[in-house]
Write a protein that binds this ligand. Sequence first.
Ligand code: SF4
Length: 389
Amino acid sequence: MSNLVLNCEILNHVLEGKKITIEDAKEIFNISKHNPTELFNTAQTLRTNNKKNIVTFSKKVFFNVVNLCKDICSYCTYKAEPGESKLSMMNKDDILQLAQIAKKYRCVEALFVTGERPEERYDDARKWLKNNGFSSTAEYLAYCSEIALENGLFPHTNAGNLTKDEMKELRKTNPSMGLMLENSSERLAEKNMPHHFAPSKKPEARLRVLENAGELGIPMTTGILVGIGETENEIIESIFAIKKIHERFGNIQEVILQNFQPKDDTIMSDSPPVDENYFKRIVALTRVIMPDMNIQIPPNLSPMSYQSFLSVGINDWGGISPLTPDYVNPEFLWPRIQNVEENCQKEGFELRARFPVYPEFLSFVDSKIRDKMSEIQDCEGFVKREYWK
Ligand code: SF4
């Protein structure tokens, strides 16, 4: 049997609702190198079957709570050192003020981001926490989340490897949380690899956090960073690692596929950005591996072509802020929401605003949070159009 015939056969099986094996996925990916059309078409059919013509985003405000971090990743420009101009340490008043402004802008999601346990490495972080009345970043995040919720925003915390107890506390105020797997390969933590000085990025540690979240019934956003020195097989194995957790706990609400973009002030500044066609094949393959998953690419990281990803299987743009920058990728501005909507319409899609938690995961969320959500929620679990427009 020729490779192309085999490819069609596997993809037809997926369209019939059969699960794909990891070997089949590797085979399809390999064949798609020369001719991706079949893979793209299948991904798009699966996308339409599962998500209709709806594309979502979350209107967010980005709280850069503290960007000190105990780890070092070779691609990261978010992390700051004490004294650097980009250092951010938001005090209680800063949190309240930004929450109030965000509400005026009708943001929905309060994205809380921190480095990995800064207090374990920096005196400055310990003092800052103490001055605010807390002994750990996670404790402070619980407080910040309460402020956000009281001010009509819905928290989504992305603070690295939280413990199970910390997540248990945060779920009282956070309808969902986030933790990028990045990649499931141990090799990326070896010498001269991007996670060598980042023990928190060890796949075992990351997967344990996602499993703990599963045991607690917390909807989780996770994903993969593509282009940091991984092999094709390692990407595919990473997608299957996420799928395995979702099959076990049912709590993975979204997979982000983030294309690496080199940053000037980082060890990987000379590494090339990801080839767009390669990235599209990964997006399409993810849809084939997990047909009903919510799949996101960040539009600001493909500023000239993000709308073309609508034809390879995505159904979400993630958080877009009308107010704050993307502190993780500060050189990439968010597109205007109106432009995103127009581009979606041109491609035949309808843009809807979602909460940080997707409608199909609302039953996971604490009833007190759900009551607050209901004030601006439409009958399908999205944010009412008249609220976000
Ligand atoms: S990517 Fe996250 S864990 Fe790695 S250095 Fe940056 S802030 Fe720290």
